[in-house]
Each structure stands twice: as C-alpha cells, then as structure tokens.
Design a protein around this ligand. Structure first.
Ligand code: TLP
Length: 369
C-alpha cells in the first residue's frame, strides 16, 4: 500500500490526539440546547476564562463563529469594515450579505497584515446621512492569513478597538488561529483580546480537535450569538462528545495543544528556509514566517509566476506524495501541523525540489509561459 501523503494543505486536516479520543469516549453529556451538557458548559467556561471575556459559545466552525458574531453585532443594512482579502469577505460564501444583510467596506493592508488606523477612521460612514449604510462592526483577522499568517500584537488590537469604540462600534477578531498568534508573540489570549469586544477561534485547526470553534464576548452578546446559532440550525444536542476534545486542547497539562503550536512554527520556518533557496520559488522571505503558514510563488526561474505554474507544480508535488494547496492569490500554501514531523519536512523539501524540476523542465510548454 502506498504511504499516506504528507498533507500540508491546511491545519484543518489534523486528526484528534489519543487523549482527545479517550476524553470523547468518556465525555459526560446532556442536551446542550437545554443548557444541560456539562462538558459543553465546561468548555465554554474555560474559553471565557482563557480569553478574559464574560461568556463563550461553542459553534460548529470558524465560519459559523464569525457569522453568529456578525449577526449579534450588525443590523440589516449595517456595514462591516474589514481587510480586503479577509476570510470573512472571501471565503464565507458571502454570508455577510445573504444572512446578515450587511455590506463590507474593505481596506488594504500592509505586508504585516495591518490596516492603517487612519484608513479605518476614514471608512466609517456618516450615521446622520440617510443614504449611508450603518457602520456596525470592525473585523481584524489574527493570525492574518494573506501576510503569511503574521501574528498581530495586542497593542495593535487595542489601537483598532479604540478607533472603533470612538465611533460606538465593536471590534471582532476572526481568530481562527488566535493561539498561533498568542504563542508566536509569547503573550496570553486574555492580553491579546483585551482591546476586542468579541472573537472567534477554531479548535479544529492547529489545536487538532475534530470539530468546533468558540465565540467569546460579553454575556449579552453571547446570548444574541446563541439565538443566531439556533436560527442557523447550529444548536447541537449531546455536543459534549465534541467539546471534550476542546477541553483537552485548551488544558494546561501535557495533553494541552496550545504550547505545542510552537513546533509547527519551527517546522514552517525550517521548510521556508530550505524552499527559499530553490530555483523556481520566489516571493518567500523565511524571516517572515512567524507562525504556521509558508506562502510562495512557483514558476520557471526568471519567468513571472502564474496560477498555471502553481497548478502544474501542485500536480507534480502530489505525484511525489506531498500535498500543498493553491492560495486564493495564486501562491502555493504549505501549513505544518500536529502529526507533521521534522522528518516529514525533510521529505517535503526533497519532494519540492523534484516537483519543481518536473513541472518546469526546459522542454515543458509551461516553462515558456
Ligand atoms: N480557513 C481554511 C479555508 O477555509 C481557507 C484554511 O484552510 O485556512 N477564518 C480564517 C482566517 C480561516 O482561515 C478559516 C478557515 C476560517 C475563518 C473558517 O473556519 P472553518 O473552516 O472552521 O469554517
């Protein structure tokens, strides 16, 4: 039987740890819609405590976490300020428009993933003008995917929160990979979110849980998010089976998965350092690998990289037993995660070298593009 591929498409492909599987098998459960599931209640209490917020809500996914947060913060006809390539605008099936009934006002960001504070100030609409949408929420993504998952520091979150609150508008953090940012900056989730009104973070990415995300914020906000979750059909019953894995991931003990994220960051840096030296790879500065994303362009040396080049490279790489993915702007993405070892990184480096020479051999049509 062929060996399983080294799957670096995303940290969403992680499988639960043995400790999680045991905790899931043994989980005490109840009907969570009645508020009776002790394991869900414990997970929500743990998330609130870790993030320094009043309350938390267990939801099915990061997408649902962001959606119920938007529904809880934003009225129909409201507008959300967010970065132009953010997950909430590009990868959530336009749920802000279809479900929330809101528009998005998108802003550019710098290479470090930050929207300029003056740009944010200028993006607020005039609430006294009958023509304008009602600016109702600012969203910041942390880690910030497009900038190769830069971790944005608590001071920046605080500064954006201050700008938003000057206008009476809350700040939500799409913290799908919040704990990667926390670990990379050697801070705490509490400190990271001190300037934010709400956040969602995923358990099912680098923290390796099979399913789930948490939304955190003030008690009233969480109540509105809970109603929104119900409306979307996301009220689960004996969800403690799933929450049990989350409690393991967020525990302080040896089975906890937060501190372990540093291994993924080290593997990502090592991978990037090797890949950046290969002819055919461009746009990759390994010193910019601060968390678990490695993003780069591929193409024949000297040629302008295109999406067709990425496609050819990814196919050649798959034939070598390694999976990466095309990022939305045409770059290739590799994401080390739980289960990926340093030896897998070495094999990936060799496989990449071979895939580049197959995809961009001088006699290949694509090489002349
Ligand atoms: N991102 C996934 C894909 O959807 C692209 C990935 O593989 O990176 N916010 C951010 C910043 C995300 O990267 C993601 C997932 C989400 C929200 C949504 O989380 P899920 O997939 O749990 O709905």
């Amino acid at each position: 039987m062929a060996a399983a591929p080294i799957d670096l498409r995303s940290d969403t492909v992680t499988h639960p740890t043995p400790a999680m599987r045991r905790a899931m098998a043994d989980a005490e459960v109840g009907d969570d819609v009645f508020g009776d599931d002790p394991t869900v209640n414990a997970l929500e209490a743990r998330a609130a405590e870790l993030t320094g917020k009043e309350a938390a809500l267990f939801v099915t996914s990061g997408t649902m976490g962001n959606l119920v947060s938007e529904m809880a913060h934003v009225p129909r006809g409201g507008e959300i300020i967010c970065g132009e390539g953010g997950h909430t605008i590009l990868h959530e099936a336009a749920n802000h428009a279809v479900v929330v009934g809101a528009s998005m006002r998108t802003l550019p960001w710098g290479p470090d993933g930050r929207m300029d504070l003056d740009d944010i100030r200028a993006a607020f609409r005039d609430p006294t003008d009958v023509h304008d949408p009602i600016t109702s929420l600012v969203i910041v993504e942390n880690t910030h995917s497009d900038s190769m998952a830069q971790p944005l520091p608590p001071e920046y979150i605080r500064a954006v929160g201050d700008v938003a609150r000057e206008r009476g508008v809350p700040l939500h953090i799409d913290g799908a990979r919040l704990f990667n940012a926390v670990v990379a900056l050697d801070t705490t989730a509490r400190e990271m979110l001190a300037g934010a009104d709400s956040a969602s973070f995923c358990l099912s990415k680098g923290l390796a849980c099979p399913v789930g995300s948490l939304v955190v914020g003030e008690r009233d906000f969480i109540w509105r998010a809970r109603r929104a979750r119900k409306m979307l059909g996301g009220g689960m019953r004996q969800a403690g089976i799933l929450a049990a894995a989350g409690l393991v991931a967020l525990s302080d003990g040896p089975d906890g998965m937060v501190a372990r994220l540093a291994e993924d960051h080290a593997n990502a840096r090592r991978l990037a350092e090797a890949l950046a030296t290969l002819p055919g790879i461009s746009g990759l500065d390994p010193t910019q690998v601060r968390t678990n994303f490695v993003l780069f362009w591929v193409g024949p040396p000297g040629a302008t990289p295109t999406i067709a080049h990425s496609t050819a490279f990814l196919a050649a790489l798959e034939a070598e037993g390694v999976l990466m993915i095309d990022f939305h702007d045409g770059r290739v993405r590799a994401v080390p995660h739980y289960g990926i070892t340093a030896a897998d990184i070495d094999r990936t480096i060799d496989a990449t070298r071979r895939a580049l020479s197959v995809a961009f051999a001088p006699d290949k049509e694509l090489a002349r593009v």
